[in-house]
Design a protein around this ligand. Structure first.
Ligand code: NAD
Length: 472
């Protein structure tokens, strides 16, 4: 049992003020594996005050001292990686292979990128007759989701510390274990009291008061578009900076020169990876009409071959989805797709055979999908792929852009130049060519309703900085 019932304020583990205790449910077993206590506005005020007080000194620290601090954090994080992987797997159902690899690994990658960006950052720059100084933006609220829990925490905390900001983190209340361990890591690494504070809580009682708090200068939010809009509205009255990393419904354009088997199988796996719970997952596969029939057969087999289940088994590709609520939402969207006339070619309603306990969903693929259908427009956040035929490249680009979202795009082709030409026409913050792996040094973020701002690496550091021009 994880008894993670405290909050971390001003360098101390403190009891929550009149907090409500809630269970942490393990998605693979539906069993209670821990308890956290939800904080409320009184704790928000304490944490913000601690961060505000600490900002006075921390904002004046030298770049060299923050480099040393980040190096210490990285050292402790590395030692705790196996434990971190276990926390992530327990809280959100990632197979251990994924938890040890990309999930826990992304936390390390972002800390290392923040360090590299800080090392490279100029002390000042000259422009015209002025000197430009990059200064910390101030006291930051960091609000994160459950799907890549430590990825999102580290890609905010790392650059915020690098910039000289102080902060209050509110991890997802649904997957709070890795955030708690992360706070223990920062404590062990000797982060000065008040620089980093962590409180557990829900959106209404902690996320919202943080977003509207007069002493918060910036909110860095990752989560649903619904909550991102609420955060921006709550932040508007105090004119704080708001960075939003929100939902996605990314198109995967398969061009007609590909090795079809490889492109389709890789596309199915990329969509289902992390049980389809990635904001940038390629969930709409766009296929040339001439290859459609063949592609449908390959996709159905690829989905049927995906191994779902035992999280400890090295060959398991996907685990359960995060919660009963998410399971129900996905089932509802599968039903809507069937009702709207999409053709189910793999998976479907109900749990996979032998996996009645746990929030397991069948890897599901729909063919004959029109981009106007609900299943092509709404973010499912589960292992559900749609296959949409297209006549020519122009139509493929039109369909790819016919979405409220603009987070990521994918293009598969043997011809890199051709793929790049298509990539330039997709209105998204990122494009992956031939499933190139996500790059922790590259800016991460979206167009349209996928958000505002860019995280990760050098761009992530800039998000946490103000620019001051001093005219000489
Ligand atoms: P969510 O929006 O329900 O919750 C995210 C966080 O916001 C949680 O900590 C939650 O407590 C908090 N929150 C909820 N309502 C709030 C409010 N009114 N004010 C302030 N905080 C509030 O999202 P989720 O279900 O945890 O995560 C899934 C969503 O996150 C998906 O839509 C996914 O696409 C998105 N996501 C986006 C990215 C990205 O970088 N673009 C990355 C991961 C996840």
């Amino acid at each position: 049992m994880y008894n993670y019932d405290k909050c971390y304020i001003n360098g101390q583990w403190q009891s929550v003020t009149n907090g409500q205790e809630i269970d942490v449910i393990q998605p693979s077993t539906e069993k209670v594996i821990g308890k956290i206590t939800l904080a409320n506005e009184a704790d928000v005020n304490l944490a913000v005050q601690a961060a505000k007080d600490a900002f006075v000194r921390f904002s004046q620290t030298s770049k060299a001292s923050r480099i040393v601090l980040l190096e210490k954090i990285i050292k402790v994080y590395k030692n705790k990686m196996p434990l971190m992987a276990r926390h992530i797997s327990d809280e959100m159902g990632a197979p251990m292979n994924l938890a040890k690899g990309a999930q826990a690994g992304s936390g390390l990658a972002h800390l290392e990128q923040a360090l590299a960006a800080l090392v490279k950052s100029p002390d000042d720059e000259k422009i015209g007759n002025s000197l430009l100084f990059h200064e910390p933006v101030g006291v930051c609220a960091l609000i994160t989701p459950w799907n890549w829990p430590i990825n999102q925490i580290a890609c905010k905390v790392g650059p915020a510390i690098a910039a000289g900001c102080t902060m209050v983190l509110k991890p997802s209340e649904i997957a709070p274990l890795s955030g708690y361990l992360f706070a223990q890591i920062l404590d062990e690494a000797g982060v000065p009291a008040g620089v980093f504070n962590m409180i557990n809580g829900d959106g209404l009682n902690v996320g919202s008061p943080l977003s509207s708090h007069a002493d918060i200068d910036m909110v860095s939010f990752t989560g649903s578009t619904r909550a991102g809009v609420a955060v921006a509205k709550a932040a508007a009255d105090t004119v704080k900076r708001v960075s939003q990393e929100l939902g996605g419904k990314s198109a995967n354009i398969i061009l007609d020169d590909v090795d079809l088997e490889t492109a389709i199988v890789d596309g199915v796996q990329a969509c289902m990876h992390n049980t389809g719970q990635s904001c940038n997952a390629p969930t709409r596969m766009l296929i040339p009409e001439s290859l459609y029939e063949q592609a449908v057969k390959i996709a159905a087999k690829a989905a049927d071959d995906i191994k779902v289940g035992d999280l400890e088994d090295e060959s398991t590709f996907i685990g359960p989805v995060i919660s009963q609520a998410q399971f129900d939402k996905i089932q509802g969207l599968i039903q809507v797709a069937i009702d709207e006339g999409a053709k189910l070619i793999s998976g479907g309603l109900g749990k996979p055979k032998g996996l009645e306990q746990g929030y397991y969903v069948k890897p599901t693929v729909f063919a004959n999908v029109d981009n106007k259908m609900t299943i092509a427009q709404e973010e499912v956040f589960g292992p559900v792929l749609v296959l949409i035929p297209y006549k020519n490249e122009q139509e493929a680009i039109y369909i790819a852009n016919d979405s409220l979202y603009g987070l990521s795009g994918y293009v598969a082709s043997k011809d890199t130049k051709r793929a790049l030409d298509v990539a330039k026409n997709i209105r998204t913050g990122m494009v992956h060519i031939n499933y190139a792996w996500t790059d922790a040094a590259a800016p991460f973020g979206g167009y349209k309703q996928s958000g505002n701002g860019r995280e990760w690496g050098e761009f992530g550091l800039e998000e946490f900085q103000e620019i001051k021009a001093v005219m000489l």
